[in-house]
Design a protein around this ligand. Structure first.
Ligand SMILES: C[S@@+](CC[C@H](N)C(=O)[O-])C[C@H]1O[C@@H](n2cnc3c(N)ncnc32)[C@H](O)[C@@H]1O
Length: 262
């Protein structure tokens, strides 16, 4: 696996200036474009689906400010596992907290938008981009790091993961409590299996079932869960989950019966 070069914007990438250009199903999101990206008018590009899943800039900035408080100071690398059009990766780079920011996105058009948007914010060169599947990356990192190009190799003891996965589309749930075992295309168990060895923060639906999240706490640790609001309304929650393997290789077993939780 390799770092991505600068990818070209494609027909899937748009910068809409007038409401008449915007598909009807996206018009309510487009009305919030300046909250989503304060540099929108500078020429921010989005794909159609990105409007549903992008992290609004104030939330991305708040997460970038708060996440470091949940991990030890010797963590110097952050990986955005689902980079989308770049809102979180840009905020992590702008925070100047990290020596390296790595951003993984599997869709080339979406990644092209992210790279372009990061240029507008003046941080593209501080981000290492990967056009690929983060589960594949994590597998290689853990089992065969030599198959990763040097530019995307990291010291796992110094690395933190951030993941804002798809939630299953705009109508992801009308349930009062969102069952994370049914989340599409990746449920909580799938992500936890892939990320559990390292400190990781997951950006999840605001109504996510806290009991399911609490089960993930490695023995003797706590998971912090924070609701992020824009104009008084919660947009999402982030679960800050300690890694099960502490630096030096000690494994902390997950024992649901003994977990302290949120
Ligand atoms: C909810 S969006 C992320 C939004 C992002 N935080 C932002 O602010 O733009 C999820 C993204 O993950 C990408 N994705 C889905 N599965 C992936 C995978 N296995 N590896 C990497 N990216 C993936 C999708 O293409 C989509 O762009």
């Amino acid at each position: 696996m390799k770092a991505a070069k600068k990818l070209p914007l494609t027909d899937e990438c748009h910068h809409w200036r007038k409401i008449g250009e915007v598909p009807w199903d996206l018009q309510k999101y487009w009305q919030q474009r300046h909250t989503i990206f304060s540099y929108y008018n500078e020429g921010v590009y989005m794909t159609h689906d990105a409007w549903y899943g992008v992290t609004p800039e104030p939330v991305a900035n708040q997460i970038a400010w708060e996440l470091p408080k949940t991990v030890s100071d010797d963590k110097t690398v952050i990986i955005d596992l689902f980079a989308g059009v770049g809102a979180n990766a840009i905020a992590f780079a702008l925070s100047e907290r990290w020596e390296r920011v790595i951003a993984i996105e599997k869709d080339p058009s979406t990644l092209a938008c992210a790279q372009h948007n990061a240029e507008l914010y003046g941080v593209s060169e501080y981000i290492t981009w990967i056009n690929g599947d983060n589960f594949e990356y994590m597998k290689l990192l853990n089992s065969s790091p030599s198959s990763l190009e040097d530019a995307i190799k990291v010291d796992v003891d110094k690395t933190v993961l951030f993941g804002s996965p798809p939630w299953g589309g705009p109508g992801y749930s009308t349930d009062e409590i969102f069952d994370l075992s049914t989340m599409e295309p990746y449920n909580l168990a799938t992500m936890h299996e892939a990320y559990r060895s390292m400190d990781h923060a997951l950006f999840l639906p605001r109504t996510s079932d806290l009991r399911q999240i609490a089960q993930l706490a490695p023995k003797g640790t706590k998971i912090e869960v924070v609701q992020y609001c824009v104009e008084g309304a919660s947009k999402a929650m982030v679960a800050y989950i300690p890694g099960a393997i502490q630096p030096g290789g000690q494994t902390t077993a997950v024992d649901p019966k003994e977990t302290e939780n949120t």
